[in-house]
Every structure is written in structure tokens, then in C-alpha cells.
Design a protein around this ligand. Structure first.
Ligand code: AMP
Length: 148
């Protein structure tokens, strides 16, 4: 059976400059792991016994980025699963999309991560080295832009 983890693609909206596109005001939060190859990822982690997937996604976001559920708005209608081998076992990660209500909210990392960045889509895709993660970020971005 696959290891199961859940997380949130966190984004913020900066005050758009006059005549700029909404899409250009969106930035995604990526965390750099302090383990392994120090890859960049949205907050996510393993599902605890008795927890449902969405509870896990919010708990992990609170633990790994210091963001409380009350500081976030979950985006209805977006959910994505990634499947990849991790440490020799199949892993499934379920992601939702959530906006930080206040774009200046402080990010507080746990020991699991050593850095964070808010990034425009193109830069987020450069840091997110895995193709499925890049595709997910692009898909999430198009989803948000289509809602405007
Ligand atoms: P993580 O699931 O981010 O804790 O990473 C566990 C292991 O899987 C690490 O060795 C990562 O480099 C690798 N990994 C993370 N994300 C992906 C992905 N999207 N595709 C393939 N491998 C990944």
C-alpha cells in the first residue's frame, strides 16, 4: 500500500500594479527540505491515524509553515494527487489550494525545512524540480486565473 501524505499549495496575492494582470500578482510558497537533496515543496506530510486528508493538509501547513487554518482560504474545486516512489515505497500526496488572507503573514519554519520562498509561477516551476510538481503548479495557476 502506498504511503499517504496531504498538503496545501499555498499562494498569496500581492497588490497588483496598475494595468498588470491578476496572474502576475500571484506568488506560491515553497519550502526547502532540510533532509535529502534539499528539494522544494509545498507544506505536506503523513496522515495520522484518525485524521482525514484535509485535516492532515491543514495540520502539516501549520506545523511546517506556521500558518493557521484561520489565516487561509481554501479554494473550492481544486484537488490534485501526485504519485511517486519515495524511499523505495510508492507514495501518494493529495494537494489542495489555499490563499493566505494577509499577504504579509509571517512564515515560521519547523526543523524539517531550512528555507522558504514566495515565487511567481515561472520561478516556482524552476525550483520545483519534479515534472509532476511543475505540472501541478501550472494547473493550479490556470485554475486560479480562470476563476477571475
Ligand atoms: P517528500 O515526499 O517531498 O518528503 O520527498 C521524499 C522523497 O521523494 C525525496 O527523495 C524526494 O526527492 C522525492 N520526491 C519528492 N517529490 C517528488 C516527485 N514529485 N517526484 C519524484 N520524487 C519526488
Amino acid at each position: 500500500m502506498a504511503v499517504r501524505a496531504c498538503g496545501l499549495i499555498i499562494y498569496r496575492r500581492l497588490q497588483p500594479a496598475p494595468r498588470s494582470k491578476v496572474a502576475d500578482s500571484i506568488e506560491y510558497l515553497l519550502l526547502q527540505t532540510s533532509y535529502g537533496t534539499h528539494h522544494w515543496t509545498p507544506p505536506k506530510g503523513h496522515v495520522d491515524p484518525g485524521e482525514d486528508d484535509l485535516q492532515t493538509a491543514f495540520r502539516e501547513t501549520q506545523e511546517e509553515a506556521g500558518l493557521q487554518a484561520s489565516q487561509l482560504t481554501l479554494v473550492e474545486g481544486y484537488r490534485k494527487e501526485l504519485h511517486y516512489p519515495a524511499h523505495g515505497k510508492p507514495k501518494t500526496v493529495v494537494y489542495w489550494l489555499a490563499e493566505v488572507k494577509d499577504c504579509n503573514t509571517e512564515i515560521k519554519l519547523s526543523e524539517e525545512h531550512q528555507a522558504f520562498q514566495w515565487l511567481k509561477l515561472e520561478d516556482a516551476c524552476k525550483l520545483a524540480e519534479y515534472e509532476d510538481m511543475q505540472a501541478m503548479l501550472k494547473e493550479a495557476h490556470h485554475f486560479l486565473c480562470a476563476k477571475e
